[in-house]
Design a protein around this ligand. Structure first.
Ligand code: P6P
Length: 339
């Protein structure tokens, strides 16, 4: 059996990629690693709510059960606050960003944006869910409080990003700008072990992921791309296979490994779609480009979008480079017909 590299060892080894880093980013990633293990333990218990008491009520121990996404938010917030290198966090669970204003965090060099438990509605049906995180260097002066500008940076400025998928096994997949690596939690020893080194999107694939229940409301370019996926053409391995889990991290992770495209398009009543730019699309777009894929809003590279507000939404086309390029072709071809 080959040598097992733990996430902790890997973080230290890769710190050498950053000669000027004094370990702050490594320490920050270790805080995320810890919180991921704590959340995974609770997510795995979710199936026992009848015995432990459903969230929001008291369990058999008489403890107040929290909704899992609130619980996850709290665990990641606490781990990041305790770690000392982060001056503020923006979360899907909080309307405004949170400033860490004690003496050791006022100097924090980084800000973190996160969706602490994406797809949490899938917990009750035992479908994989995930945490998504994005890390930037602060732009506001230190020492001092984090400011909104620290969080409204374009995705190209990310120093690191990743996700945790709580599935048949728990995995942490992240990049600090030198490729993407995946670590699987060995629950028997509570350690994330390097299981998917140097992850790359296959140039093209056979899977398209989109909620076709919204078909009548899609822009014409998306409708035409879906029909393109369904036509028969052995030369381009079509018809493709439709796979849609309804959990962004799970659909993304499957496509990263097998190849494919995930689309959450704008629709008539919400032209920017449902997914959030800052803590869902940007971190996944960062990973995607590091894994030789591409991420677009249908017309523009996701990472170059200049954010204007914390919870803004964007259409999201992400995955194998050739497949996203083809989808963009249809969006461009039919952009005048977009209702
Ligand atoms: P729909 C979960 O609520 C989520 O944010 C993503 O994880 C998922 O991909 C998407 O929404 C599913 O949305 O509208 O297809 O049910």
């Amino acid at each position: 059996m080959g040598k097992i590299t733990t996430l902790a060892e890997f973080i230290v080894e890769r710190q050498r990629d950053f000669p000027y880093a004094k370990g702050e980013l490594s320490s920050l990633l270790s805080a995320i690693r810890l919180a991921a293990k704590v959340v995974n333990r609770e997510v795995n218990k979710a199936g026992l709510v009848d015995i432990l008491g459903s969230h929001g009520e008291e369990n058999v121990q008489g403890e107040e059960q929290q909704k899992l996404d609130v619980y996850a938010n709290e665990k990641f917030m606490n781990a990041l606050r305790a770690q000392g290198e982060v001056c503020g966090v923006a979360s899907e669970e909080n309307d405004d960003y949170i400033v860490f204003d004690d003496e050791n965090t006022y100097n924090g060099k980084y800000v973190v944006l996160m969706d602490p438990l994406d797809g949490s509605s899938n917990i009750d049906v035992n479908v994989s869910i995930g945490t998504i995180f994005s890390i930037y260097r602060r732009v506001s002066p230190a020492p001092g409080p984090a400011t909104l500008e620290d969080f409204l940076q374009p995705g190209t400025e990310q120093v690191a990003a990743g996700y945790v998928i709580y599935g048949s096994s728990a995995m942490l997949v992240y990049s600090t700008g030198n490729g993407v690596n995946g670590f699987t939690l060995d629950p028997s020893i509570g350690v994330f072990c390097l299981s998917h080194p140097d992850m790359k999107f296959p140039e093209t694939g056979k899977i398209y992921s989109i909620n076709e229940g919204n078909y009548v409301h899609f822009p014409e370019g998306v409708k035409k791309y879906i029909k393109y996926c369904q036509e028969s053409d052995p030369g381009t391995r079509r018809p493709y296979t439709a796979r849609y889990i309804g959990s962004l991290v799970a659909d993304f992770h499957r496509n990263l490994i097998k190849g494919g495209i995930y689309i959450y398009s704008g629709i008539t009543r919400s032209p920017n779609g449902k997914l959030r730019l800052l803590y869902e699309c940007n971190p996944l777009a960062f990973l995607t480009e590091q894994a030789n894929g591409f991420a677009s809003n249908g017309f523009q590279r996701i990472l170059e979008i200049k954010p204007t507000e914390l919870h803004q939404r964007t259409p999201f086309f992400v995955g194998s480079k050739d497949m996203v390029a083809k989808a963009e072709e249809f969006m461009e071809m039919y952009k005048e017909q977009t209702v």
